[in-house]
Design a binder for this molecule. Sequence first.
Ligand code: COA
Length: 257
Amino acid sequence: MSVDVRREGRVALITVNRPEALNALSSAILEELHEELTAMKRDDDVGAIVLTGAGEKSFIAGADIHELATKTALQAREYAELGQEVAHMLETIRKATIAAVNGYALGGGCEMALACDIRLASDRAVFGQPEINLGIMPGWGGTQRLARTTSLGFAKELILTGRTVPAQEALERGLVQAVLPPEELLPKALEMAETIASKSPVAVAYCKDSTNRSLHGDIGSNLVHEADLFSILFSTEDAKEGLGAFTEKRKANFVGR
Ligand code: COA
């Protein structure tokens, strides 16, 4: 297996483990990721997910270029759809997803990081969409999420030139939320995941859903949707617990209902 999963309490750590190919995502690895995320989607004991890469050099160096080189147009379409599906799961699963970017996040690696809710980077991380250098283009959401996360001009610059950027520039562009020394990256990502996993899972899911909509659709209907979710939360035990615990000056204990 090339995808390792470790559980620490309510946090699941997913490690893409193919360091000899800089954790490039073959379709077999994408299928494994898809399977793991599908299982976690239904697992109430998982409150947050951290995605990282094995080894010190790379998070995910992209789609598997050797595999890409053998594909027909129809097979390339399937590969694009599978990668997009995995990215969509990271973006929409009803739990927080945090990318702990420990090295190269190129092409599909940058796209998977972009699909996560939060990106933390080691100071060795390098980001980019260098597909143009191969005569192809991003196919797992890079042409959409990079611009939405940073800016249209920056996204076009990276996608059209293939330029890669170090962690510090990624931070300045809003591509990542923090840059950390390599040894602090995973502990920080796990700590953040644990913090989120300790909140009400229903509230986390609704916060994520509503915030995801900020970049899509029109603000009027998104605000109606926000008010709907806000009011539904008042039917949960967790809202009663959270509001009550504040008044009683004690720590809330959420149960996910
Ligand atoms: N797909 C398949 N294999 C990959 C890969 C990818 N995306 N990226 C790296 N590898 C493999 C290399 O083929 C090499 O394997 P080998 O030792 O069997 O030849 C191994 O990983 C190490 O890579 P190497 O290029 O020797 O390391 P480097 O430190 O010199 O360079 C990179 C690192 C990331 C700059 C370089 O590997 C690279 O440009 N990778 C492709 C990035 C990319 O274009 N991604 C988008 C794909 S659509």
